[in-house]
Design a protein around this ligand. Sequence first.
Ligand code: DX5
Ligand code: ZN
Length: 222
Amino acid sequence: MKRNVLIAASILDSDFAHLEDEVKAVEKLGADYIHYDIMDGHFVNNISFGSPVVKKISPIHSLVNDVHLMISEPEKYFDKFIEAGADIITFHYEAVKEEEINSLIDYLHSKGVKAGLSIKPATPAEKIFKYLDKLDLLLVMSVEPGFGGQSFMESALAKISAIRKYIDENAAKCVIEVDGGINEKTARDCALAGVDVLVVGSFLYKNDKAKAMASLKEAINV
Ligand code: DX5
Ligand code: ZN
């Protein structure tokens, strides 16, 4: 079945000194989401940026504002990112108690934003099957969260396929997003495995953007 695979441009490795230009450039080239990698230096060993940046950037483009919270106690900051213009807020399975997940998803929905859940490479797909009928987005990390420019972990492909199978068999509406090490080759592999959204950072921002976007669009035309 042909699926329309989307591109979420991660600004983590963009030129922060010219962030508006960097966002508008990928919008013009046909990106579908702007992906904000929020890091707190506690859940991951890096600090990136917070809701003030999302607040500044969200109104200057027309793409989906896709916020990826790589932070501890994510629920403490939901309202800040909602006010900043998030359309999707994704928190990490490993950052919360399992018994809290359903109520966190309900809370995000009650505020009119889409709810995403992300799993690190070491977390088995089976851990999150039970949330797929409630989630809007499931983010499979194909690198250890914390830094752009890492190499893609092939183990993500089997996870994507297993989640794709579960979603299709249960007619769930959840989309599958993958994040980390995406280039024209891994984009194709992930599209064939059943992904819906590709997060792309350094491949777009450390290369000629137009050439990189064209090679991604070609690769996902499966
Ligand atoms: C990891 C980040 C990165 C980023 C994309 O914590 O989430 O995966 O979005 O980085 P690239 O595309 O450079 O691997
Ligand atoms: Zn991310």
